[in-house]
Design a protein around this ligand. Sequence first.
Ligand code: CO
Length: 167
Amino acid sequence: MAIRNIVRFGDKILEKECRKVEVFDERLHQLLDDMKETLAKAEGAGLAAPQVGVLRQVCVIDVGDGPVELVNPEIVRTSGEQTGAEGCLSYPDMWGEVTRPMKVTVKAQDRNGKSFKLTGEELCARALCHEIDHLHGVLFTAHATRMMTTEELEAESRAKSEGEGKA
Ligand code: CO
């Protein structure tokens, strides 16, 4: 396994459509292993292949229950809505306020090509939408109603929790 470099915003590779995976070989397994290691080191909730410079429909998410590998993922069902701060490993120290479905079901393949479905809520639903967008060249900034720095986000959540404490 190896840590791969994460592509930063501004790089045009992040705006490209990724090709479907058709061959489930050792090279794909190596990519998935490297992406999981890179995600763990970066302490992110998800990482998509174009973020490590590979234009393939592959992503990994980890919302605290361990990494999940998704090959050729597609959203097949959504319900509800959530609005909150969303970040991206390609945009260090930047956050966007983004509305996403509260619950999503995804159809995908594992590293050996076996199909499975995964349903996620809250942060998991947000991460699935964000990573699948990456595979189609769509960045979270396209959905954000406003952008914030980490400092601004922290100041806002402090103000919010103080407000709630007084209620
Ligand atoms: Co991202």
